[in-house]
Design a protein around this ligand. Structure first.
Ligand SMILES: [Fe+2]
Ligand SMILES: [Fe+2]
Length: 301
């Protein structure tokens, strides 16, 4: 593949701002808003805030990592790509922060809401990555960012998007632009890091250890999220909406809300947790095999 062309700023301009983001406003078509049913239900609204907080926390880590890695990158093409990724991640931080405001978080409460509601295991996950970035350990940090963190984001976004497709088109549209970005980011990780690992095979044990530890904190984050009472309530409400005639009329082709061949809204929280974890770990395993790193099975929380 043409590495220079596919990761150039020109390619990014044509495919992203002049492509799938054209005519969007904070990631979605202008005029779309959060559904009334969500804004009026205090439990659902709080759950939406909590979910979005985790997205902001993850995207802030991606922004810190991608910008921090520009100066650690060993070649010019990677620097250009990471500059485009930095802007993508800053946009993701912005649009998810914007969603918090749309959900009723006050501007001056933003930092305290993030600090209070951020999942501790997700914070630990991000710290492991940012330690490698701070040490300018390019190989480990790119695996941590562009395979592990992005692989996590990709799976989570796809599942949340499927669950919101009919209920919340505004949020589903916001997610589809970020999914397209993340697809580009994971592609870079795989293409660039394979060659570097072949040149520096001594890095493998450290990279494998990082993957194992980050994977554990990812699973622990899922466990916290899916085993809470609020999630059960949210899932019950999703099923009620799915059963409502208006929702079924809106999905004539009946593929809406499907991810990994399953109707997300039909699952129990523990089934969602398992599907999400299994899908993402399988994805890690395949991507790592392609770059020559042996996947390490993480401990289960
Ligand atoms: Fe992102
Ligand atoms: Fe990303």
């Amino acid at each position: 593949m043409d590495f220079l062309k596919n990761y150039s700023i020109q390619y990014w301009l044509e495919s992203c701002p002049q492509g799938y983001l054209e005519d969007t406003e904070y990631g979605h078509p202008a005029g779309e808003s959060e559904p009334e049913a969500l804004l009026e239900d205090p439990v659902l609204r709080q759950q939406a805030i909590d979910t979005t907080v985790q997205l902001v926390v993850g995207e802030r880590a991606a922004l810190a990592a991608s910008s921090g890695l520009i100066n650690a990158a060993p070649d010019a093409a990677s620097k250009c790509f990471l500059a485009t990724q930095t802007l993508d991640e800053a946009r993701h931080v912005e649009i998810f922060t914007r969603r918090l405001f749309d959900l009723g978080v006050k501007r001056d409460e933003l930092e305290s809401v993030l600090a209070d509601r951020a999942n501790k295991n997700l914070v630990k996950f991000a710290e492991l990555l940012l330690e490698k970035v701070d040490k300018k350990d390019f190989v480990a940090a790119v695996v941590g960012q562009n395979i592990i963190l992005e692989g996590l984001a990709f799976g989570v976004f796809e599942m949340i998007q499927a669950a919101n497709e009919t209920f919340n088109p505004k949020f589903a549209h916001t997610l589809s632009g970020t999914i397209a970005d993340e697809r580009r980011h994971v592609g870079f990780g795989e293409n660039r890091i394979g060659a570097l690992i072949r040149e520096q095979p001594e890095k493998r044990p450290e990279v494998e250890q990082l993957q194992k530890e980050m994977s554990y904190y990812m699973l622990a984050t899922f466990a916290d999220r899916f085993r809470s009472r609020e999630t059960s309530y949210e899932v019950d409400r999703m099923k009620e909406q799915e059963a409502a005639p208006a929702a079924s009329a809106a999905t004539p082709e009946d593929t809406a809300g499907t991810w990994q061949g399953v109707k997300i809204r039909n699952l129990e929280p523990r089934e969602m947790e398992q599907l999400l974890a299994d899908t993402i770990l399988k994805d890690f395993k395949e991507r790592l095999a392609r770059v020559g790193v042996e996947y390490q099975t993480p401990n289960r929380p």
